[in-house]
Design a protein around this ligand. Sequence first.
Ligand SMILES: [Zn+2]
Length: 477
Amino acid sequence: MTRIPAVCVALVASLAPFATFAASPSATKRAAVQSVDQHADELIRLSDQVWEFAETALREHRSAKLLADYAESKGFKVERGVSGMPTAFVATYGAGRPIIGVMGEYDALPGVSQKATADKTPLVEGGAGHGCGHNMFGAASLGAALAIKEQIEAGKLKGTIRFYGTPAEEAVGGKTYMVRDGLFNDLDVVLAWHPGDETQADTVSSQVMVDMIVEFHGKAAHAANDPWNGRSAVDGVELFLHGVNLMREHIKPTSRLHYTIVSGGDVPNVIPEYGKVWIWARDWERAEVDGLLARIRKLAEGAATMTETSSKLTVQGGSWELLTNLAGARLLQGNLEWLGAPSYTTDEDDFAKRIQRATQVPEAGMDKAIKPLENQEMEGGSTDVGDVSWVAPTLHVTVATSPKDAPWHAWPVVATGGMSIGHKGMLRAAKTLAATMVDLYERPAALKEVRAEFEKKKGDIVYKAYIPDGPPPIPAK
Ligand SMILES: [Zn+2]
């Protein structure tokens, strides 16, 4: 689903100044970064294999097994199939506090299959592809966890490292189920990253989202012989969606509504007895989304009344907004700057420019800057990382893996995610996460500051997931 950046002005504005931590790196930090380099070939292989598997939400069986097996082979204790999801797992090493988590995703998107080429060419016609770069996400985070594991093993760091294999971010939000089941509750802090077209320690939030299914049940009849005996579920669907679209005039400019008609009858000569709509509502504010949900319920009921059908609204998922952490962002920023700006070969930059030409965006090549913490761009999108951020302080960084401004959830991200541009971003992300975790293990005052900010921002709000009991539904694609 996701691009993280979005703005929560109130949070950001209250947290000036934006100074970053720039002390000289410890020997352990250097060793952790070297560990990523030592395992670079393996991590690239993991990323490329997950890229090739291109498995969609809750079908990431080979991808999850690959990462879990790798963690196990490196000495992590691995618990598979957590929270009722066969493709979710937790890999742990070490003992005692602090307990630091790092999250990895590995689900692909349907319909965006693409070769690692600068022109639009599917690898598998109609197949799935890593249009959000989650192949790199999982591999880099696991690489960072491994770098920390080695420092704990060598007696350089004390505590526990935990890698969370979190499936289905693009569909049902696997993390939400893991949060609901308390899997993050004992963490001192958790880190995540996301591939992007730029590099920054994120200081902006994501959108709240609620994911609903609205079904209509009517009565089938012969459409020519006795239509008066039928009641069309698709009439219910149409009136419901007409209501949704009229409502758009009366919602906040920040709100978003998007839907697909999943089922709209089979043939014209049968009055359809079943219709199904999949609809999402988003805003930056949870209260707005909750208000939209209540209004959408009324629209469904009203449409059912008008068409003498029945309606059923099911909330099947949703995400809270990301609770940002500026103290954590400063640590990430310090490490991004210490590692230095990304660099690319002429061939890589040309590859990026060819993609930019093909997608009609400025031919600027790769973005080589490290963005400052202030004035980060507002972009729409939601993520189940948001849910995690309400139970454990969450540090989030975006690392460039694709050409500047090229479309996301689309073939360019798949293309660069399967070649050296993506590999470089993936390794940079692993190093940034590893270096930042070393800071958190080595500097109790830094961890304390991160936690204090988390407690202050969270206040007395108690997280409650937008999901029902039980395991998530497996998406149709
Ligand atoms: Zn994503």
